[in-house]
Design a binder for this molecule. Sequence first.
Ligand code: MV4
Length: 447
Amino acid sequence: MFTRVLVANRGEIAVRVIRALHELGVEAVAVYSTADKDARHVRLADQAVHLGPPPAAESYLRIPSMIAAATTTGCQAVHPGYGFLAENPAFVEACADNDLVFVGPPVDVMAAMGDKISAKRAMRAAEVPTVPGTEGATNVSAARAAAEEIGFPILLKATAGGGGKGMRLVRRPDELEDAFGMAAAEAEAAFGNATMYVEKALVPARHVEIQVLCDHHGNVLTLGERECSIQRRHQKLIEESPSAALSPEAREAMEAAAERACRAVGYRNAGTFEFLLGADGSFYFIELNARLQVEHPVTELCTGVDLVREQLLVAAGEELTVTGRAPRRGHAIEIRLNAEDPEHDFRPSPGRIGHFEPPLGPGVRVDTFVESGSIISPFYDSMVAKVIVWDSDRAAAITRAERALRETVVEGVPTTRELALEVLGSEPFRSGEYSTSTLEAMRAVVA
Ligand code: MV4
């Protein structure tokens, strides 16, 4: 195992990674921008290195500063968390050039999965079902031809996109030309790459993802699914496992597909396969997220596997002790408390947290960097805390989630707490029959 590791991130995920390092007896080196000089991750770490001013482009995204932080402190490895540099192949290469182990997949696999056209091609080769559409870079006329064949509605997607960025729904032929132009221009501006592809739009659908862990000895462990359909503007609000929509057979088919794909592409470390699940039980690969995800605690509570510890062990060359399908038990639900203003269409509302009282008690976990007096900075994402609960079955987990949220006190900034309580109490959520359209449909009625 390593003796010292750089935690190349901030906020709750930096705290989460530092805890895993300390439990392994490994020293943690934190990095921080000026905005974070008093932050919890800085205080928890054994050492901390200042990166630069608050804007991410001048701090948490600056590769040379990050590499210098690792090398000058004698780190052997770098854990990127999620976001910032976590899926940046140039960062993975810079780590390798400086003899730093990157806690994540190999650079070629990351790059292949970052390009969504190439990721889909790899999945088809591994006989993983993908959404019908075009199989390469697509111009307007090819998009039109594809749409005629597969039928509207279609989605225009950017090959450099992901997470819903650079995506456009086209319902009718006459909308296609303008939509294509706008989507391609957006993709060029956001990613410096205007390459587009077309998929049939599956609506309504459910967003179900499979967690995997792969070691350097050819072993693969799949850890079940997380259902992430409760989201607005591609910001997830509630995630749960197991999904009420998956039969045991469908679950096994999805996990087997993910395992097959891992072997085919030579995946290493933790990863998440995103699938769309149709009403008829059919499923289609959409993206492979080559990193730890925000919602990973849901899987940790159901499987008892510490994913961050396993990421570090695998990166250090150790062999997975459990392979195949991870045993799992009970039901877990995560609620993201974001500093967002329900009065203004849930726009981010950073500010100073006054009193903060996280929930406690049986079956409750809270992942956060926040304490009373913390600042939610306008420079970074607006997440205040993740409240994750576990209980023996879904109904009990929902009750526990409601209890935990009612105990939670966040003063000073508006949060998504009330919205989450509204969803947890709603008929679609309680029945388990919801889709990616449910939250926006609910808000349309309530608002
Ligand atoms: C889709 C889709 C339906 N059909 N692709 C959104 C995030 C990114 N990872 C992929 N996403 C989707 N891709 C096809 N072919 C539905 C989503 C989607 C979604 C779309 C609109 C509004 C909310 C959504 C929530 C999850 C997934």
